[in-house]
Design a binder for this molecule. Structure first.
Ligand code: ZN
Ligand code: ZN
Length: 362
């Protein structure tokens, strides 16, 4: 932990009050970690540092340390202190992500470049994010470099969050824009995207018959030359079109007959490098009456991760004192039930492990 001394729970560097020009703002938060459950970025919160910063033993915390707190509990504490909760370098390490997202305690998931300027938005990160969107969990994408050393360039991949018109640029307004899912992630290309006038992160409702919507986009890039734009609908590419390298715009009319999320994906390519996924919007959620967002296979993988997490706490994880263990177990049980009961409501049977079987099945 190299810079705990920079955290004071209140200062935003770069503001006019702090002697800056207000054009860029820097705020020190914390990334709390557990080597199996996951990492969590707690951003812009006020007051005391949220601790412990790590738990559960090596190689994040001390030998023999018990698992005494969950990622989802850190997340709640951050929100209670006014902060923004991001699952960084999504999805790994991953064991608790599923529970945190089902409990709706994360404000965003982070697409990460790490030390590679040409890495592309990782399809593996996208496909895992899509699982949650497919089940109706609208969580926006943000971008981060996870800067761990001098070879990582800050800003390689970025979050753009749109503030409402006439809202001054403050750290709180920026956090609110992310919470409202008005974001896209990019290695360079900028984008605007709406569905029948609804911007990224908005929801719209169609009657049970569905209907046709217009997905409208504008893209521009001053850095990496763009090659294609694609419309992603419920995790699959529905439309694809080549674009001019520096700026382009267009729209697609799309027929929607069940609830669907729609997002824009931008591909781009430096001359001497492979094509990359260079930008991705947060989706617009189009709900068709009587057709809830539900994808059985994805829901099952999410459920199984929560099961795995409970098994970890019960078996491999170093035990905390029993009251603490019981509290954590209870929280995870509630995440499990939320999703599990919804799956049964949707009429989806699923395999049960020894520890989660229930009599209604027999
Ligand atoms: Zn991390
Ligand atoms: Zn069941």
């Amino acid at each position: 932990m190299t810079n705990v001394g920079d955290f004071d729970g209140k200062s935003t560097f770069g503001t006019r009050e702090a002697g800056g020009d207000g054009e860029h703002l820097v705020r020190v938060g914390t990334e709390n970690r557990q080597h199996v459950l996951g990492h969590i970025s707690l951003i812009g919160y006020r007051g005391n540092m949220i601790s412990p910063l790590c738990t559960g033993g090596p190689d994040e915390s001390a030998l023999g340390d018990p698992v005494e707190i969950l990622i989802s509990e850190w997340a709640k504490q951050c929100r209670d202190q006014g902060g923004l909760v991001v699952l960084p370098h999504f999805p790994d390490p991953r064991l608790e992500n599923a529970a945190t997202l089902v409990l709706e305690r994360a404000d965003a998931v982070e697409m990460c470049s790490q030390d590679d300027f040409y890495h592309s938005i990782d399809p593996y990160s996208l496909s895992d994010w899509y699982r949650y969107l497919n089940n109706g969990y609208l969580v926006p994408a943000v971008g981060g470099t996870d800067k761990m050393g001098t070879t990582w360039a800050v800003g390689t991949i970025r979050t753009y969050a749109r503030l409402p018109d006439d809202t001054p640029f403050t750290y709180d307004a920026w956090m609110e824009a992310v919470r409202n899912a008005r974001t896209f992630v990019t290695y360079g290309p900028l984008l605007e995207f709406d569905v029948d006038g609804r911007e990224m992160g908005r929801r719209m409702l169609l009657t049970a018959d569905g209907g046709t919507v217009d997905a409208t986009w504008t893209v521009a890039s001053a850095t990496v030359p763009m090659t294609r734009v694609e419309l992603v609908v419920n995790g699959e590419i529905r439309e694809s079109r080549s674009v001019k390298a520096d700026a382009d715009s267009g729209y697609w009319s799309v027929h929607i007959d069940r609830s669907a999320w729609l997002a824009l994906l931008v591909r781009a390519k430096y001359e001497d490098k492979p094509e990359m996924i260079a930008a991705h919007s947060t989706p617009v959620m189009v709900e068709v009456e009587g057709s809830p967002f539900f994808a059985a296979a994805d829901a099952l993988t999410i459920l199984e991760q929560i099961e795995g997490l409970m098994a970890y706490l019960d078996t491999i994880g170093t035990r905390a004192e029993s009251k603490r263990t019981a509290e954590m177990r209870l929280l995870l049980q509630s995440a499990y039930r939320r999703l599990h009961n919804r799956m049964h409501e949707m009429g989806f049977d699923h395999p049960h492990s020894h520890s989660t079987d229930h009599p209604e099945h027999r």
